[in-house]
Design a protein. Structure first.
Length: 382
């Protein structure tokens, strides 16, 4: 006869429940919202749904509700192999790196493990699943006799290494995130802890939160036997979910002056597919052809090169990059000027201003100081 325990509700159960509800709300907001970087938002929304599944299983186990629905044990385990690649793809999308066909390979471990669990564990009966639950949360309880064969037990033992595989995945993708960010900061001639670029700042912050999950995971897995510390890991995920919520609120239109922009594009015919494709074309054009170096560079000219209307181009810059065309142009020109200042110490500042598209030294100095916080001369000296 299986032994069960009564329902347990405490502060950790409440925290996990609040985190799950908030994550569901945010996931809906990010997946179906039409503003901002939609590709990045979708990745973040799917990541939050993964949090919901993992935290729901932990909540059921922690509160003893799993005794009543033991057939659900380990249902969220495959999501362990989703978290790391989703964070990496989210950071990349935040930096306007388009999702490519080969990026589907990041999800191969998740699908392989999902197939493995479906074959090795899902068909097992009540005794095996009851034993799996109490083995993780109540190891002192006696196990039920099982009829599972040696073949099934041999395959199921792969699950014993899930934590190690999860940590390897986290470590690999955390390293990839930091490497990617270091390269992007270097390309823009900014120190790694610079706060001048909001997108880079947020991507860096997200990567550090992700690393903190890895550290917390290691600490509590080493401090508690079996899965007895999982509620503390879930509490940390709840903290991250609410930190994301705070960032959403801080950037909400209710606290900015962007309402006019929203109304301006309210009836736009621009689709998300056109928006993402055009954004990829913009990035390629600005990196390879650098049309902004011409003093005749203009929105109509760029729109013509991209085969979109100036109105749609303005909308893409506003919604995806949070910039006006003027700021977008100035940012690229100043980044190019930074390279020239460092690589050509004998080149006059007036000549550099002309090379990056400015006819006026004063306009160049003003733009340079706006984006870097220092004058061109000070930047060169530092």
């Amino acid at each position: 006869m299986p032994i069960t325990y009564p329902l347990k509700i405490d502060i950790f159960a409440c925290l996990m429940f609040l985190g799950i509800v908030q994550a569901l709300f945010l996931a809906y907001f990010f997946i179906f919202g039409k503003r901002g970087n939609r590709q990045a938002n979708r990745f973040l929304g799917i990541l939050l749904l993964g949090f919901v599944l993992a935290m729901t299983e932990i909540l059921l186990c922690y509160t003893n509700l799993m005794f009543q629905m033991v057939w659900l044990i380990d249902f969220a385990e495959p999501t362990n192999f989703l978290f790391a690649p989703l964070v990496y793809l989210y950071v990349r999308a935040t930096l306007n790196k388009p999702f490519q066909q080969k990026d589907w390979l990041h999800f191969v471990p998740f699908f392989l493990y999902l197939i493995y669990k479906s074959i090795a564990f899902t068909p097992l009966g009540y005794p095996e699943k009851y034993n799996a639950y109490i083995g993780s949360y109540y190891p002192e309880l006696p196990h039920l006799p099982t009829s599972a064969g040696t073949w099934s037990n041999a395959i199921y033992c792969i699950s014993d290494y899930t934590n190690e595989l999860f940590l390897v995945s986290m470590l690999v993708y955390s390293t990839a995130n930091i490497w990617l960010l270091l390269n992007v900061f270097r390309e823009q001639n900014l120190p790694f802890f610079s706060n001048q670029n909001n997108s880079l700042k947020w991507a860096r912050q997200t990567s550090f939160w992700f690393i903190s999950v890895m550290v917390i995971f290691v600490i509590f897995k080493k401090s508690f036997p079996h899965d007895l510390g999982d509620h503390l890991i879930a509490a940390h995920l709840t903290l991250i979910i609410y930190l994301i919520s705070v960032n959403v609120i801080r950037n909400s239109v209710f606290f900015t002056h962007e309402n006019k922009e929203i109304k301006k594009y309210e009836k736009s015919s621009l689709t998300s597919e056109i928006q993402e494709n055009t954004l990829a074309k913009i990035n390629h054009l600005m990196e390879n052809e650098k049309p902004f170096l011409s003093d005749s560079f203009s929105m109509p000219a760029l729109a013509k090169q991209l085969s979109v209307s100036p109105h749609h181009l303005s909308q893409i810059l506003n919604e995806s990059l949070g910039q006006t065309f003027f700021d977008f142009t100035a940012q690229h020109r100043i980044q190019e000027a930074q390279k020239l200042l460092l690589e050509n110490p004998n080149l006059k500042i007036e000549e550099i201003a002309e090379r990056v598209g400015y006819n006026s030294k004063s306009a160049f100095n003003t733009a340079f100081k706006k984006f870097t916080g220092v004058s061109p001369s000070q930047f060169r000296k530092s």
